[in-house]
Design a protein around this ligand. Structure first.
Ligand code: SF4
Ligand code: SF4
Length: 91
């Protein structure tokens, strides 16, 4: 199995509130956007024209990579509330 296959083998109980909050003011000064390139679930996207980074939390695999790789502490990440998030993974 490769990392790109993980989302299709994972089931989520999606919360209505996010567990990932970005400090976009900090992201404006980021010159590498490592979160965009490292998230296995492609939760982060970069708008090349506006230089704005956005995140969607619904398909987060809860691997923690983004929080580790962001060297500017721009990501406020926590596990989803109890009963939400990844509920089943066939790996
Ligand atoms: S979250 Fe961190 S790595 Fe991602 S764009 Fe913002 S500062 Fe850069
Ligand atoms: S913890 Fe971060 S890197 Fe891992 S899947 Fe979730 S958003 Fe992506």
């Amino acid at each position: 199995m490769i990392v790109d296959d993980l989302p299709q083998f994972t089931q989520f109980q999606v919360d209505e509130q996010t567990h990932i909050v970005l400090d976009r003011e900090v992201c404006k000064s980021c010159d590498h956007h490592a979160c965009v390139h490292s998230c296995p679930a492609n939760c982060y996207t970069l708008n090349e024209e506006t230089n704005r980074v956005d995140v969607v939390y619904e398909n987060c695999l809860e691997c923690g990579t983004c929080q580790v790789i962001c060297d500017k502490n721009a990501i406020d990440w926590s596990y989803p509330r109890g009963g939400y998030g990844v509920c089943y993974r066939l790996t």
